[in-house]
Write a protein of this length. Structure first.
Length: 234
């Protein structure tokens, strides 16, 4: 049951205290307490909460919460599964081997840090790099929804099956679903292979995972150009 104290945490409309977004103490520790949409006014305010968060058990073992990197106003948002060891140590997403490959893939279609914002379904490292549980993804989901609201990307790249399941709820395997545009809450999403999977499958032959990724990232680049091109001049 929600305690009065927890309900009070979000009674900021009438509360003379600073808004919760500026006070990282004000975070519900139970995943049963919702995080109201629109509560954060910056990624930094959200990051402060994430670093104090114990909405699931991952909070007990993290070194750093890994919130995001890139341009918080980017047109393209990339959502991975969850931090690995390098990310847990540095507090930045996709900085290990998989991240380096992801950067190369983006560079191949001339996408820079300025064009993208990268984050994950869960903000804390699952021990041993296991797949996050549904419970952990659900507990962390309000943070991702806040990130999507704040960044307001034109396209969301969903990297790997957990990312598709965590955001859209589609449980199909990534091999089935990759390369197909999905619409989620009025936003365009493209499921793609996770770069860690590409590291394990290095062939570039036609039809291989790397070859398919090349098709998918080009489709994303073209769609981005198309959406930017159709922008009405102010
Ligand atoms: N894999 C992910 O899904 N996310 C990261 O941040 C790093 C590796």
């Amino acid at each position: 049951m929600m305690s009065d104290e927890q309900i009070d945490l979000f009674n900021f409309a009438t509360d003379p205290q600073p808004a919760p977004s500026t006070n990282p103490e004000l975070i519900p520790t139970s995943a049963k307490v919702p995080i109201p949409p629109g509560i954060y006014d910056s990624m930094a305010a959200m990051a402060a909460h994430c670093n104090q968060c114990h909405r699931c058990e991952l909070g007990a073992t993290r070194t750093h919460a890994v919130v995001g990197r890139g341009n918080p106003q980017a047109d393209l948002m990339i959502v991975g599964e969850g931090p690995g060891q390098n990310e847990d140590e540095t507090g930045l997403p996709f900085v290990g081997k998989a991240g380096q490959l992801l950067d190369k893939i983006l560079e191949s279609v001339r996408l820079t840090e300025d064009d993208i914002f990268i984050c994950n379904i869960v903000k804390c490292r699952p021990p041993g790099n296991r797949t996050p549980t549904q419970e952990e993804m659900d507990a962390c989901r309000p943070y991702l929804l806040e990130q999507i609201r704040m960044v307001d990307p034109r396209i969301i790249l969903l990297s790997g099956a957990s990312s598709v399941r965590g955001l859209v709820g589609d449980k199909r395997g990534i091999t089935k679903i990759r390369g197909e545009w999905l619409e989620w809450n009025g936003r365009l999403c493209m499921p793609v292979f996770h770069p860690a999977y590409l590291l394990r499958n290095p062939s570039r032959d036609k039809g291989s995972p790397k070859w398919l990724m090349w098709q998918d990232i080009q489709a994303v680049r073209s769609k981005l150009d198309e959406l930017r091109g159709s922008e009405q001049p102010q």
